[in-house]
Write a protein that binds this ligand. Structure first.
Ligand code: CAA
Ligand code: FAD
Length: 384
């Protein structure tokens, strides 16, 4: 009779998964986080540790050699890694983002070609929708793909591509029928070794410095015809359906950043003494802690509910995923700002991780659709 309440919590497997990822994150990733931020180098050691533990791409279905983890489990991995190092959490997050179009719409042959190397950790995957002049207005992209016999030939430049230069595979949206707007866009999978493909210099950024962000260039880049994802003209829909599944994972990343900063702040205020007592004993500080904890809990419920919706393929995912992303990223920003505040002057220095967490939080309000665009997506769902 209590089964509904039994289900309104993580399964035993999900709780165990959280425990294992947290252990790995504390042991192998947390000690590296400051250095990764300082040097701006991609953390190959962290990638290898995630691969050895099987946490780099848990979403890949079992028939392609993956773990076939559910959407909520995939969120738990991203959340727990982001709790100690947001840069590193982009390894599982972007692997899912890049490969989700293939999982949703790719042919059996394409899946069999590109998913096993992702599952084994041999290859990483990126997602290339944005261009310099087509960010929020993604459908105004200019990158072109033209059919040439048994090949497609791509020309143009994609901008802001996460993990560019580290990933082997790139899902690239390009115009195949100019003048047809979103219906003239198709999706392709490009390999780093395909002729005519190249990666530009790394952007210099405020945060997530250990995840390279670069332009990728296509100069008569020639790929086999069967690397198209689904039918010609369906690429924009596939790109947006993908974001329905992955915006909630950015919510999980934001949630992890917020939880990490909160845990740091709670530890600090119980130790730090002023006016003869722990600063945690001041009501003014306690009210901040209560609000931070409340927002994090609300964000967690939204993210997990959206993940459950993705798993059950329920209608309403578009709204839920955007809502989880927006609420969790706004929470990450406000909680990290407050965490720095609770550390006082120490919070403004690199002696503690909260300043990095505050810088890392900002991107979650910008990518996978700015929070304005995601609010527009939500409103369209509510008003339709
Ligand atoms: N699922 C399936 N189809 C969808 C859809 C969805 N969620 N949303 C829209 N569509 C369909 C529409 O129905 C429409 O098709 P029909 O004409 O057949 O009905 C088609 O897609 C075009 O949709 P719109 O008319 O709504 O398109 P638009 O040009 O007005 O803009 C937008 C849509 C919501 C603004 C979209 O451009 C958008 O989301 N922009 C933000 C871009 C973005 O999120 N980029 C993320 C890049 S990845 C990233 O940042 C990586 C990272 O974090 C690591
Ligand atoms: P613009 O579209 O120029 O927006 C500028 C401002 O105008 C924003 O505040 C925006 O909200 C606002 N605005 C625009 N249109 C509207 C509107 N209709 N209503 C209200 N406000 C509006 N893209 C990928 O494809 N793959 C990736 O892997 C990837 N990774 C990224 C990593 C990083 C670190 C960064 C910074 C970006 C990444 N992006 C990626 C791109 C990202 O998705 C875009 O930056 C984002 O969608 C915004 O586009 P834009 O930068 O062109 O901003």
């Amino acid at each position: 009779a209590t089964s509904d309440f039994d289900q309104y919590r993580l399964t035993e497997e999900q709780q165990l998964l959280r425990k294992s990822v947290r252990e790995l994150a504390e042991d192998r990733i947390a000690p590296r986080a400051a250095e990764i931020d300082e040097t701006g180098e991609f953390p190959y050691d962290v990638r290898d540790a995630l691969v050895r533990a099987g946490f780099h791409a848990v979403h890949v279905p079992e028939e392609y050699g993956g773990m076939g983890a559910d959407a909520l489990s995939a969120c738990i991995v991203v959340e727990e890694v982001a709790r100690v190092c947001a840069s590193s959490s982009l390894i599982p997050a972007v692997n899912k983002l890049g490969s989700q179009p293939v999982i949703l719409s790719g042919s059996e042959e394409l899946k069999a070609q590109v998913l096993p190397p992702l599952a084994s950790g041999e290859a990483m995957f990126s997602y290339a929708l944005s261009e310099r002049e087509a960010g929020s207005d993604a459908a105004s992209m200019r990158t072109r793909a033209v059919r040439d016999g048994e090949h497609w030939v791509l020309n143009g430049t994609k901008a802001w591509i996460s993990n560019a230069g580290v990933s082997s595979w790139y899902t690239v949206m390009a115009v195949t029928e100019p003048g047809k707007g979103p219906k003239g866009i198709s999706a392709f999978v490009v390999h780093q070794d395909d002729p005519g493909f190249s990666v530009g210099p790394k952007e210099r950024k405020l945060g997530i410095k250990g995840s390279p962000t670069c332009e990728i260039h296509f100069e008569d880049c020639t790929i086999p015809a069967d690397r198209i994802v689904g039918e010609p003209g369906t690429g924009f829909k596939t790109a947006l359906r993908t974001l329905d599944h992955t915006r909630l994972a950015i919510g999980a990343q934001a949630l992890g950043i917020a939880q990490g900063a909160f845990d740091q702040a709670v530890g600090y205020i119980k130790e730090r003494r002023q006016f003869g007592q722990a600063i945690a004993d001041f009501q003014g500080v306690q009210f901040m802690v209560a609000d931070m904890g409340m927002r994090i809990e609300a964000a967690r419920q939204l993210v997990y509910a959206a993940a459950a919706r993705a798993e059950r393929e329920e209608p309403g995912l578009t709204f839920s995923s955007s809502a989880a992303k927006v609420f969790a990223s706004d929470t990450a920003m406000s909680v990290t700002v407050d965490a720095v505040q609770l550390f006082g002057g120490a919070g403004f220095t690199k002696d503690f991780p909260v300043e990095r967490m505050m810088r890392d939080a900002k991107i979650t309000q910008i990518y996978e659709g700015t929070n304005q665009i995601n609010r527009m997506v939500m409103a369209r769902q509510l008003l339709k």
